[in-house]
Write a protein that binds this ligand. Structure first.
Ligand SMILES: NC(=O)c1ccc[n+]([C@@H]2O[C@H](COP(=O)([O-])OP(=O)(O)OC[C@H]3O[C@@H](n4cnc5c(N)ncnc54)[C@H](OP(=O)(O)O)[C@@H]3O)[C@@H](O)[C@H]2O)c1
Length: 325
C-alpha cells in the first residue's frame, strides 16, 4: 500500500510517500481501506515528537479516517466487511490502509459522505463531550469559544447553539470570525485587536461567560479565566498556542469556578456507551441540518505535508482533509 511515512521527527516537509507493508490485523481490530483522513492539530505535534504518543519509526501520522471495512478480527462483531465506517486511529491514517481497534470504529450514517465523516469524529466528539459531560452546558448560558474557527472550536460553536447557549466566538482575524458567524455564533471578538477580558465582560453585562471552551491555552487562557462568570466552568481542551498556562487558584475561588479537563479519546475508551449516545445526538443534529461540518480544503495523499502545515501555520479554518481514494 501507499503511505505517507514519518521516518524521523521533523517538520511536515520531511514526510515521504512510499510503498509500505499492509498492516496486520489483530483479533480486536479491523482493517480499514481509507478513503479520506481528517487532519487534526495532534498530527502537527506527533511528527515533531511533541505529542503524548511517540509511535515507533517509520509510522504514518493521521489520527482519524473514514473508509470501508476490508477485514474484521474475530473479536469484533459490531461492523462487517464492506461497511462504511469512521475511525479514531491515533496515527496511521495518511495511508491506503490502517488497522484500528474495534472500539474506535463506528458506522457512518447514510447521509454522510467519506470526506465529511473524516472531518467529524474527533472535533464533534471532543466538543460534545466537553460541553455535555464536562461543562453541563445549559440552555440560556453564555458559552465563550476560543480559536472558534478551528476544528474543535467551530464544532463547539455549532454544538453550543444546538444546546441552546448564547455563543461568543473569539478568534484572531475578521476572516476567521466570519466563519464562526456563519456557523451560528451570536457575538464575535477579535482577540488580536480587542481585549478578550473586556469584551466578554461588555457582552455579558459584566457577568462573564458561564462556560469557556479553550483549545488554545497560553495568554488567552490567562485573559479568559478573568472573564468567567460566577459558578463558571473553564474547559481545558488543548494548547494550540504552544504554552500550557498556569492558574493562580484564587481566581477559581473568587468565582466559585471550575477548571475542567477534557480528554475525549480517553472518555471514548472508558465510557463507550456515553460516547455512543453523544454520537447518536450528533448524527441526529447533522441529519436535521443543525451541524454542517466545514471542510475548507481537501488535499491528495501526496500533498499531506501541505495539509498538516495549514494547521501548524495557523492558516486553516474548519477542517482540512486528505483524500486517499
Ligand atoms: N482534549 C481533547 O480531547 C482534544 C481533542 C482534539 C483536539 N484537542 C486539542 O485542541 C487543540 C485544537 O485542535 P484542532 O484540531 O481544532 O486545531 P486547529 O483546527 O488548528 O485549531 C486551532 C486553533 O487554535 C488557534 N491558535 C492559536 N495559536 C495558534 C498557533 N500558534 N498555531 C496554531 N493555531 C493556533 C487558531 O485560531 P486563531 O488563529 O483564531 O487563534 C486555530 O484555529 C489542539 O491543541 C489539540 O491538541 C484536544
Amino acid at each position: 500500500m501507499k503511505a505517507v511515512l514519518c521516518k524521523a521527527f521533523g517538520p511536515a516537509e520531511t514526510l515521504v510517500l512510499e510503498e509500505s507493508a499492509n498492516p496486520e490485523v489483530k483479533k480486536n481490530e479491523i482493517l480499514l481501506e481509507v478513503h479520506a483522513a481528517g487532519v487534526n492539530f495532534p498530527d502537527t505535534l506527533i511528527i515533531e515528537g511533541k505529542y503524548q504518543f511517540k509511535p515507533p519509526f517509520p509510522f504514518s501520522p493521521g489520527g482519524e479516517a473514514a473508509g470501508v471495512v476490508a477485514a474484521v478480527g474475530e473479536q469484533v462483531s459490531h461492523v462487517k466487511v464492506g461497511e462504511r465506517v469512521m475511525a479514531l486511529t491515533g496515527w496511521g491514517s495518511f495511508a491506503e490502509q490502517v488497522a484500528v481497534a474495534g472500539y474506535n470504529v463506528m458506522p457512518i450514517p447514510a447521509h454522510m459522505d467519506f470526506v465529511s465523516a473524516a472531518a467529524f469524529g474527533m472535533t464533534y466528539g471532543t466538543s460534545m463531550h466537553a460541553l455535555k459531560q464536562r461543562a453541563n452546558l445549559q440552555p440560556g448560558e453564555t458559552l465563550l469559544v476560543l480559536g472558534a474557527s478551528g476544528g474543535v472550536g467551530l464544532a463547539a460553536v455549532e454544538i453550543g447553539k444546538a444546546m441552546g447557549a448564547k455563543v461568543i466566538a473569539a478568534a484572531s482575524s475578521a476572516e476567521k470570525l466570519e466563519v464562526a458567524k456563519a456557523a451560528g455564533a451570536d457575538e464575535l471578538i477579535n482577540y488580536n485587536e480587542q481585549s478578550l477580558k473586556d469584551e466578554v465582560k461588555r457582552l455579558t453585562g459584566g457577568q462573564g461567560a458561564d462556560v469557556i471552551y479553550d483549545p488554545v491555552g497560553g495568554d488567552l487562557f490567562d485573559q479568559a479565566i478573568r472573564a468567567i462568570a460566577w459558578n463558571g466552568r473553564l474547559l481545558v481542551v488543548g494548547f494550540a498556542s504552544g504554552r500550557i498556562p498556569e492558574l493562580p487558584v484564587n481566581l477559581a475561588l473568587l468565582k466559585g469556578a471550575a477548571v475542567v479537563g477534557v480528554f475525549w479519546g480517553s472518555f471514548a475508551q472508558r465510557q463507550p456507551q456515553d460516547n455512543l449516545a453523544n454520537f447518536q445526538q450528533l448524527f441526529a443534529w447533522h441529519a436535521a441540518g443543525q451541524l454542517k461540518p466545514l471542510v475548507s480544503q481537501v488535499f491528495p495523499l501526496e500533498r499531506t505535508a501541505e495539509a498538516i502545515n495549514a494547521l501548524g501555520q495557523r492558516k486553516a479554518v474548519g477542517k482540512v482533509v486528505v483524500q486517499v481514494r
